[in-house]
Design a protein around this ligand. Structure first.
Ligand code: CS2
Ligand code: MN
Length: 357
């Protein structure tokens, strides 16, 4: 296991590489070329510069989150092959740069969805939160503007303002895409990219849909054990793997997280570990990572990863905003650093106990 932090790159992130370097036990970053758009081929020089910058700070690139998938691929439009070819070329260039992990998602139109970016908790911290009632009352265009006006000046991944202009077109694009079509478009994409993944040993790690159910009438398939196992079998190659995000699968309380981890043994290449606090099944907030602050048993989640031999990067996921920090919601330094230290502590204890027998 390698403990990492997500870093958006100089000019995008309020957190610096030298700050990350000082978090005990964090040796790598999960990063991306944040300025690129889905469908573009990444420039070799940009990849090399990113790598050099991270390494000069004494860290490694543990993986890319994300190389985003163009909507033409997800919707399965006739021009999808152009974008798949570009995706393959980007993967090749990442492989040539010795990068072997790529996180992506297959959610139509929206990435993760929260209805509040700064819900205040009793201790004065603010957190991302979700209520189904708020989603039901909102139209998707308003959702875009609200996310952007509450993001502390940051561009939120997946909520780039330029996408707002195309919301209606995007919805149209998916009007005939149901769960089965989305599964088959995903299979088509994976089958086409597997050869380059095998050639360069690139582990693809799909991020779950968040929340883990359909919203705004759009299909969502990476939501539970049954569907993710179906996806693993449908392209049965170790390079077709999973980002296990506890906070995303965990949005559905029917998902038994440690059991899902065990059933995905060998196919989890990356883990996002965070906690949620539920007030009711459709009203939750992103608590501190500590088990006692939320609803999940973080020890059991880490133990399941440990016992299945997980050896990829872990990152704390969204943190609370604390100590007056101003940063991209969910992506401040302080609470994610606390999260990393806590997760490292759990891992050390589990490891020592296991070795003691
Ligand atoms: C991330 C996702 O911030 C987050 O919630 O976990 O945005 C994730 O990076 C993407 O879905 C992966 O493509
Ligand atoms: Mn996540």
């Amino acid at each position: 296991m390698q403990m990492t932090l997500r870093w958006y790159g100089s000019g995008y992130d309020t957190v610096t590489l030298s700050q990350i370097r000082q978090i005990p036990g964090v040796t790598g970053v999960i990063t991306t070329l944040y300025g690129t758009k889905p469908g573009e081929v990444w420039e070799r020089e940009d990849i090399a510069a990113l790598k050099a910058e991270v390494e000069a700070a004494g860290l490694t690139i543990a993986g890319i989150e994300s190389v985003n998938v163009h909507d033409a691929i997800k919707a399965g439009t006739p021009d999808r092959d152009i974008y798949i070819d570009n995706y393959i070329e980007t993967l090749r260039r990442l492989g040539e740069a010795d990068i072997h992990l790529v996180c992506y998602n297959f959610m139509p139109v929206f990435d993760w969805t929260r209805t509040e970016l700064a819900r205040r908790r009793a201790d004065g911290s603010t957190v991302l939160a979700y209520t189904q009632a708020a989603v039901d009352a909102l139209d998707p265009e308003r959702m875009f503007s609200e996310v952007n006006s509450n993001s502390n000046g940051a561009v939120m991944p997946g909520w780039e303002p330029e996408r707002l202009a195309h919301v209606k077109e995007l919805f149209e694009l998916y009007s005939t895409v149901d769960d089965e079509a989305l599964f088959s478009n995903l299979k088509y994409f994976l089958e086409r990219i597997m050869p380059v993944c095998r050639e360069y040993d690139i582990k693809m790690a799909i991020h779950p849909d968040d929340p883990a159910w359909p919203i705004f009438g759009l299909p969502r398939i990476i939501i539970n054990k049954e569907n993710i196992l179906r996806m693993m079998k449908m392209v049965d190659d170790v390079h077709n793997g999973v980002t296990f995000c506890s906070g995303s699968y965990g949005t559905n309380l029917n998902n038994d997280l440690p059991d899902m981890i065990r059933s995905l043994k060998g196919r989890i290449h990356f883990a996002h570990v965070r906690n949620l606090k539920f007030h009711s099944p459709d009203n939750f907030e992103e608590s501190a990572h500590l088990s006692s602050d939320g609803t999940f048993d973080m020890y059991e989640i880490m133990r399941a990863l440990y016992e299945t031999g997980f050896d990829g990067p872990i990152r704390p996921d969204h943190g609370r905003m604390i100590w007056d920090e101003v940063a991209m919601p969910g992506y401040g330094l302080y609470d994610r650093a606390l999260g990393a230290a806590y997760l490292n502590g759990l891992w050390e204890a589990i490891d020592k106990n296991a070795k003691r027998g």
